[in-house]
Design a protein around this ligand. Structure first.
Ligand SMILES: [Fe+2]
Ligand SMILES: [Fe+2]
Length: 156
């Protein structure tokens, strides 16, 4: 599939979108996972700043890869710590994977501003809410099961 299309054109004001920045409110208390969550906000913000279609599409693909990597790691932790909510949490991850895959497929028909807006909606909207609810619950489960040092060791 060709992801880059001539219909992806820069538009004035593309970099004026407001992106939510990482904040302590989004911390779940598991440093490894918190670091990955932070990276999502950095990737979303960089898509908002980029002015050419190659850069935007390249970052969008990196974002998609990172979604898969992050969910794989998070689901691995859930299994390791025998998290009782693993099935429901996995289903939510799967929904988000589909949303990102859909965006990758339709991006060639969108302007850069539309792509940035979709990314903003996914990261500042869906992912942010997900972190502050179900990921927080997972963090609490892990923290009560183990110390932060153990989680850090897992990340090495
Ligand atoms: Fe999650
Ligand atoms: Fe997460």
């Amino acid at each position: 599939m060709t992801l880059v299309s001539s219909s992806c054109t820069p538009s004035p004001g593309h970099d004026k979108r407001t992106y939510q920045e990482w904040s302590e409110q989004l911390t779940i208390g598991v440093p490894w996972i918190d670091g990955q969550h932070k990276h999502f906000f950095e990737l979303a913000a960089s898509i908002g700043r980029e002015q050419d279609e190659d850069s935007v599409m390249s970052t969008l693909r990196r974002l998609s890869d990172y979604v898969n990597e992050h969910f794989r790691d998070e689901e691995g932790l859930m299994a390791l710590y025998e998290y009782p909510g693993i099935d429901a949490h996995r289903k939510l991850h799967q929904q988000f994977r589909h949303k990102v895959a859909d965006l990758l497929e339709t991006a060639q028909e969108l302007t850069l501003e539309e792509i940035a807006e979709e990314v903003r909606r996914l990261i500042n909207g869906w992912l942010s809410r997900h972190i502050m609810t179900v990921d927080q619950e997972l963090g609490t489960h892990i923290k009560t099961a183990e110390t932060g040092e153990t989680i850090d060791e897992l990340a090495r």
